[in-house]
Design a protein around this ligand. Structure first.
Ligand SMILES: [Fe+2]
Length: 467
């Protein structure tokens, strides 16, 4: 009975035997292909010899019928009937039992298929829900590995993405006991097993990496599962798992599930990559704009970029989220955009400014905010730029707001902007050394600058995060 017994429940087979036994008035005994008694009906015998001798004692005969399933012998049915009646009836009972087993097996297979489809759909729904509109490649990779680990439960899992410039696959994210060793791992996109899976777009499992010889890893691993990440028919990377914690091989169902999973994640990765490209393009446009602003005054060349670097360092030190730091960088690059409207004769004036000229300069934060208000993507940073010349004690411009009323990002900008202005050469003076500038700025802590931000900035300088 072997396979059929494993798949069809014993209780169901016993019920079928009971009804056949009652219907035909026969005692029945089922033996497996090795002759071992598995179950019976209308008999207490659990031994073939006892079944036969008990039948003979009651003047009956035992008919032996082979049981087949899909043309394979799976066991024997012993049928105990009155003399002369068994020749036609016993084969009929055996065929009925075979049909019943076939039907039940089909039902079991269908149930497993339904469960499998249900699991796949749940997985897709779960991943789609968690991915949402996620646009950060790092977070997508982390989520992919966490979910994949729940399905596979392996020693190490990593994501390799395509580096199109170098025609290589590189580890973008890794988890597990050997995860750290995988960071920095690179392979040509056409080489070995990874290259094969990447180019063929078909998942592969290898039970014995050493014997296979096509896969070199920076750590010892026995088995591997490689799933290509394909977006819009183009391969974009690979999900790789090594060694199940249970020590088992990777199953084909797991391979199938991971394939569905990888398809979901691939499209999210593609969206995120596109978003990253647009962002890079946007940032380079902003950089070009910042260079144009700085070019109005040759003495401030590179000022916006330097302020951006200082602000980003402060933002990171404060633990600001990545998105916010990115916006702070944009704001820093554009903080003086309002100077577009300031006459160059004032900006380039080598000596001290007259009061009316200084008033003209003071217009640039409000003008900058006005210009940026027109760009929807930059709306959030408008107030940061408007207030980057406010003082912590409320004596700045344009709105004379104070302390926490000044947006945090504007307070960061104020520190970074002043530090770079004082350390850079100006038409009327040389740039001052960092120590001197810090001493001056400390005198203005709580009046011009937020003392907490100034503190964080000094820490960035001490730690060499900025120079
Ligand atoms: Fe400014």
């Amino acid at each position: 009975m072997d396979n059929v017994l494993q798949k069809v429940s014993r209780r169901k087979i016993e019920e079928a035997l009971e009804s056949l036994s009652a219907g035909f008035g026969a005692a029945l005994l089922v033996l497996d292909s090795g002759g071992k008694v598995l179950m019976g009906a209308a008999t207490d015998c659990r031994d073939r010899a006892a079944f036969i001798s008990s039948a003979r004692r009651s003047g009956k005969e035992v008919y032996s019928e082979p049981l087949n399933f899909k043309e394979r012998r799976i066991g024997t049915l012993e049928v105990c009937l009155g003399p002369g009646t068994g020749n036609g009836v016993a084969p009929g009972i055996a065929r009925s039992l075979e049909s019943f087993l076939g039907l039940e097996r089909e039902i079991e297979d269908l149930s497993s298929e339904v469960i499998r489809i249900y699991e796949e759909l749940s997985l897709i729904q779960k991943i789609s829900g968690r991915l949402g509109n996620e646009m950060d490649v790092e977070r997508i990779c982390r989520l992919m590995l966490e979910e994949a680990d729940k399905i596979l439960s392996v020693r190490t899992l990593f994501v390799m993405l395509l580096d199109a410039d170098r025609d290589e696959l590189y580890t973008r994210f890794a988890i597990g006991s050997d995860g750290e060793l995988m960071l920095g791992f690179r392979v040509p996109k056409t080489e070995g097993l990874i290259g094969h899976v990447f180019l063929q777009g078909e998942p592969v499992t290898v039970c014995d990496i050493a014997a296979d010889g096509r896969f070199q890893l920076p750590y010892p691993a026995k088995s591997v599962l490689c799933i290509p990440l394909i977006a819009d028919t183009k391969p974009v990377g690979m999900l790789i798992a090594t060694d199940k914690l249970s020590g088992e091989e990777f199953w084909s169902q797991e391979l199938q599930l991971m394939g569905i999973f990888a398809a979901e994640v691939s499209s999210a990765l593609q969206k995120a990559n596109l978003y990253e490209e647009i962002n890079t393009l946007f940032l380079s446009t902003v950089e070009a704009l910042a260079t144009a602003i700085d070019a109005k005054d040759p003495y401030t060349y590179g000022h916006s970029r330097r302020v951006a670097e200082l602000s980003v360092a402060i933002g990171n030190q404060l633990g600001m989220p990545k998105d916010r730091v990115r916006k702070l960088e944009l704001a820093s690059l554009l903080h003086d955009i309002g100077k577009i409207g300031t006459p160059e004769s004032i900006l380039r004036k080598p000596g001290m400014l007259k009061p009316d000229e200084y008033e003209k300069i003071k217009e640039h934060p409000a003008k900058g905010a006005e210009i940026l208000l027109m760009i929807t993507e930059l709306r959030e940073i408008v107030t940061w730029i408007r207030h980057h010349h406010e003082w912590y004690d409320g004596k700045g411009y344009p709105d004379s707001i104070a302390a926490e009323d000044i947006p945090l990002e504007a307070r960061i900008l104020a520190v970074a902007d002043s530090y770079d202005a004082m350390t850079s050469d100006r038409p009327y003076r040389k740039g001052m050394p960092s120590d001197t500038v810090l001493k001056i700025m400390e005198q203005f802590a709580s009046s011009q600058f937020d003392p907490a931000i100034l503190n964080v900035f000094e820490r960035c300088l001490q730690q060499g995060i900025v120079v």
